[in-house]
Design a protein around this ligand. Structure first.
Ligand code: SF4
Length: 283
């Protein structure tokens, strides 16, 4: 039996950069906060907590902290007002927003200045989308489905700027773009899905199509991990979604030739290796 890891899996550039930022700050010995968990991965967050990194869960927590120390903005980014609140609180603010997300903040801020209505293709409840909304100065709408795209009507004939959450499904975004084109809402369409997502989704799909069993490692609250699971399940009926090795309850029949493994962008390398080794040794 062969065990194969998807060509692109695990920590993406932005998440690695944010975690490295936290580690570099721990080394300074100062009091360190992160605004929200630095990644959607409980293992990583727990490890950082053991090193004294405190998670600030929202504006209430922020108001309650004593205003000394350094606060790190995670890769997802935050609304402009939240960043200002951190600075007003007297904290040293280090912005580890992924440059690909920062680019979206700039696009929507500019669109607002140009009097355009912003539409974000994404999940309204996701912190990245909340952050993007917080950089819009004019009207903004979040749409998640083709149906919502069909039903969308721009306010007062306003021009529309369409962007996407970085982890949005590529094919779904293309369908939304086509719907918008037909409606004449194509004034400023920017595909802001990041390569890390496309690469991970594509290589997961390719591997799942040839695998007999597929394992997706990621946190249940990580949207990109859940999407990988969705994609792999469509190609491979025996797809398992696990958070840690403890969740893996595999019973493989002899006929299994290939076990594929992939992992979300917030899954650390040591966890991927652990799962890979376990499957290799035990089957
Ligand atoms: Fe940045 Fe892309 Fe990673 Fe998001 S998925 S943090 S945009 S590299």
């Amino acid at each position: 039996m062969e065990v194969k890891l998807a060509e692109y899996a695990g920590f993406c550039f932005g998440v690695k950069r944010a975690i490295d930022t936290v580690h570099a700050q721990i080394d300074t010995g100062k009091k360190i906060y992160t605004y929200g968990p630095i990644v959607h991965n409980e293992e990583v967050v727990r490890e950082l907590e053991q090193k004294g990194v405190q998670v600030i869960e929202g504006e209430e927590d922020l108001a309650a902290c004593d205003g000394t120390g350094t606060i790190i903005i995670r890769a997802h980014g935050v609304p402009k007002a939240t960043q200002e609140a951190m600075e007003q609180r007297g904290l040293e603010c280090i912005d580890a927003t992924c440059p690909f997300v920062k680019r979206i903040h700039k696009i929507v801020a500019q669109a607002g200045e140009d009097g355009m209505e912003v539409v974000i293709a994404g999940n309204a409840g996701h912190p990245e989308v909340e952050g993007i909304k917080g950089w819009c100065s004019g009207p903004v709408t979040v749409i998640e489905t083709e149906e919502e795209a069909q039903n969308f009507i721009a306010r007062d004939g306003q021009k529309v700027c369409l962007v996407s959450q970085t982890t949005f499904n590529y094919n779904k975004f293309q369908s939304i773009v086509e719907i918008f084109q037909k409606k004449g809402y194509n004034d400023n369409v920017v595909n802001t899905i990041c390569n890390a997502t496309e690469e991970r989704q594509h290589s997961a799909r390719v591997l799942a199509a040839e695998a007999d069993v597929m394992i997706v490692i990621g946190s249940k609250n990580s949207s990109n991990s859940r999407k990988l699971y969705e994609i792999c399940s469509a190609e491979c009926a025996r797809t398992y979604f696990i958070q840690t090795l403890d969740d893996l309850r595999l019973e493989l029949p002899k006929a299994v030739r290939l076990v594929g493994i992939t992992a979300g962008a917030s899954t650390p390398n040591n966890l991927i290796e652990e799962v890979q080794n376990y499957v290799r040794i035990n089957f």
